[in-house]
Design a binder for this molecule. Sequence first.
Ligand SMILES: Cc1cc2nc3c(=O)[nH]c(=O)nc-3n(C[C@H](O)[C@H](O)[C@H](O)COP(=O)(O)OP(=O)(O)OC[C@H]3O[C@@H](n4cnc5c(N)ncnc54)[C@H](O)[C@@H]3O)c2cc1C
Ligand code: FES
Length: 256
Amino acid sequence: MRLVSATITQNTEIMPKIRLLGLLAPDIAGEVRPGQFIMVNCGEQRVLPRPISIHGTTAAGEVLLLVNIVGKGTEWLAQRQEGDSLQVIGPSGNGFTVSSGAKNLLLVAGGIGIAPLAFLTQQAASTKAVTLLMGATTASLLYPQDRLPQNIHIVRTTDDGSAGHRGLVTGVMPEYLNAADQVFACGPLPMYRSIESLARSTGKAQLVQVSLEVRMGCGIGTCYGCSIRTLQGMKKVCKDGPVFSLPDIVLDEVRV
Ligand SMILES: Cc1cc2nc3c(=O)[nH]c(=O)nc-3n(C[C@H](O)[C@H](O)[C@H](O)COP(=O)(O)OP(=O)(O)OC[C@H]3O[C@@H](n4cnc5c(N)ncnc54)[C@H](O)[C@@H]3O)c2cc1C
Ligand code: FES
């Protein structure tokens, strides 16, 4: 983990209120794994840095971020221009663990949860069969398919039926769960509850890893602000996570 002053290389709106940012940070790009994140200083000193997942890397040494504008920190980020500098710390956290023996990977993305999973598709698509289930509330908020590898199988859902299958992304999961050797998910907590019950009923719960996007303070393991209860005791999401084996998490006690 390192503190880096990174130059912004791009900042484009690719969906309503969701921006793709590129940062020139070759040291981070060279070592980061899918599921890891960086802490981004968002303006004033009194605003705590914000955790943002790595969304991808480029051969030019960029790290890509997908930023959903929800409050003052992400609003500030959205207004940065190409050429501006950002102070970032990372890469942080553990990332997803893909088993060498796994052939079929099932990825389940709810909303902005596509951010770290797109990076996983970037790395896994050349050696594994990847199925990505991608859900959003409506068509305009579905991540653009042409930004994903061509050789993966993509299934899209929208809550309002404006694109893909109508309904929640977990609604199409039963069809794909049996063939999966591992499952990787990122999205809201209710999605994890549904995945847990589906995976338990098919004996696959141990194969599911999820990224927990809880609120963070320091992001470097010193404040205990991100602690959650697991079957192995209390864990810090910023150091021990953000990726956890789903059945290990005491979901009812997680607060976002
Ligand atoms: C490991 C990790 C990875 C993340 N990756 C991404 C990413 O790739 N892209 C992205 O856009 N966001 C990501 N987030 C969420 C992001 O950190 C928050 O949205 C951000 O900190 C909000 O800051 P803000 O100042 O804009 O909003 P605030 O003013 O702090 O809050 C505005 C609203 O957003 C809600 N909120 C704040 N933090 C979170 C959170 N962690 N999860 C859900 N709701 C929250 C608040 O409850 C409030 O309603 C990630 C979070 C974690 C922990
Ligand atoms: S955010 Fe401070 S310990 Fe995790």
